[in-house]
Design a protein around this ligand. Structure first.
Ligand code: ADP
Ligand code: ASP
Ligand code: MG
Length: 401
């Protein structure tokens, strides 16, 4: 008998038939004597629809009110799933994120979980109830509703699994595991039986939306047994774990992220302290910067470029304009028409051929590279957005993973 945390994504609970399918997956495990805690996302495109609805009323709503609205999606799912389980004749209770004890910081729209007070969930488990919890939501210390960022229900599930010391956390979705590339983009993508936390974290952070990157971060930190599997087909999925048996394959996957923008501050003075000033100002505003490129100085000036996620675009533009004034730079450019494509796999730096192979694949596909960044576990390139899908396929083919 085990304590199992399961999470079902939006497509898995999109309609009545799928909700009953999910209810059967849960009750089958319950019948075998397991304690069941289940996190749900909003149905289908509900969250996107809510965002459109808000825009009809106010194109610039406060983040607080956005969170009030978006958190409603998960509450619809949790009650409908609980009703389906009732109908099947099992004891069940649904809880909002706050009833389930999710306390977060105050960064509306991208809140981080500070703590999960699990008393209520444990009380319900003690009463032999199946516990359904709304994902993606919590309360800050002022008792205001917060949400965890798009895809955040995965993180709710892992946080609950860690706090409850669950035996396993199963993330059910619309694909049957983690693939070497998005299976919807690359037809030769291959399902992985296992992947390490670090590799999964890179894939997730680089745009593979199958798991929220913070959920992987948390799973690694608290050593949560994580499995990604299909709610539509009954078969084993992908296990995310610490150590994976050594495989010959070096490259684990290819990911793309099109929700980014590139900024360039052109003609900044070529003297010490310039990069420090720009990036410390960005950091003070909590703007995460990804790839950075600085040109070699010429005629006393240089150019500095960097990428940020779309959500930080406006804030980054303000910083760039401010820096231009302060430093007397020539101009600021912003390009939204870019994507980042990355290869991920352990031991990248000790294999110099990997970068060459990736660049060769892009050259053969006639795709121009704008920026490059490497780490021991990944190589990323910035390219034009229109080339992104072609690049993912070309790189995936080149490595034959
Ligand atoms: P859910 O609603 O269940 O949370 P998501 O849409 O957030 O599901 O994530 C699942 C999707 O992630 C898949 O439909 C797939 O298109 C996409 N995806 C991107 N990269 C990968 C990958 N490497 N492996 C599997 N799925 C991926
Ligand atoms: N419903 C939220 C979203 O669409 C959270 C999630 O699905 O994980 O982003
Ligand atoms: Mg998701």
């Amino acid at each position: 008998m085990a304590l199992i945390v399961q999470k079902f994504g939006g497509s898995s609970v999109a309609n009545a038939e799928r909700i009953f399918n999910v209810a059967r997956i849960i009750t089958e495990k319950y019948r075998q004597g397991n304690s069941m805690v289940v996190v749900v996302s909003a149905q289908g495109d509900t969250t996107d629809d809510f965002i459109d609805k808000a825009a009809e009323i106010n194109p610039n709503p406060s983040k607080r009110e956005m969170d009030v609205l978006l958190s409603a999606g998960e509450q619809i799912s949790m009650s409908l799933l609980a009703m389906a389980i009732e109908k099947l004749g099992y004891p069940v209770v649904s809880l909002t994120g706050w009833q389930a004890g999710f306390l977060t910081d105050s960064s509306h729209g991208i809140a981080r979980i500070r703590r999960v007070n699990t008393e209520r969930v444990e009380l319900e488990l003690g009463k032999k109830n199946i516990v359904i919890v709304a994902g993606f939501q919590g309360l800050n210390r002022y008792d205001d509703i917060t949400t965890l960022g798009r895809g955040g229900s995965d993180t709710s599930a892992v946080a609950l699994a860690a706090s409850l010391k669950a035996d396993v956390c199963q993330i059910y979705t619309d694909v049957d595991g983690v693939y070497t590339a998005d299976p919807r983009l690359v037809k030769n993508a291959r399902k992985l039986d296992e992947i390490t936390y670090d590799e999964m974290l890179e894939l997730a952070s680089l745009g593979a939306q199958v798991l929220h990157n913070r959920s992987v971060e948390m799973a690694k930190k608290y050593n949560v047994n994580l499995e990604v599997l299909s709610s539509m087909e009954r078969k084993p999925g992908t296990i995310v774990k610490e150590v994976v048996k050594v495989e010959k394959m070096l490259i684990k996957g290819v990911a793309k992220d099109s929700n980014i923008a590139r900024f360039s501050i052109l003609g900044v003075p070529d003297k010490p302290g310039v990069a420090f000033k720009i990036f410390s100002t960005l950091a003070a505003k909590k703007i995460d910067v990804d790839i950075i490129l600085q040109s070699i100085g010429r005629d006393g000036t240089k150019d500095i470029s960097f990428t940020v996620s779309n959500s930080n675009e406006q804030a980054a533009l303000e910083v760039c304009n401010q820096m231009k004034e302060v430093m007397g730079a020539l101009s600021v450019a912003c390009d939204e028409n870019v994507s980042k494509v990355s290869v991920v796999g352990a031991g990248m730096q000790s294999n110099p051929g990997v970068a060459a192979k990736m660049f060769e694949a892009l050259a053969e596909a006639n795709i121009n590279i704008q920026m490059i960044s490497t780490s021991e576990i990944k190589i990323s390139v910035l390219i034009e957005k229109k080339d992104a899908n072609k690049a993912v396929e070309a790189i995936h083919d080149a490595f034959a993973i």
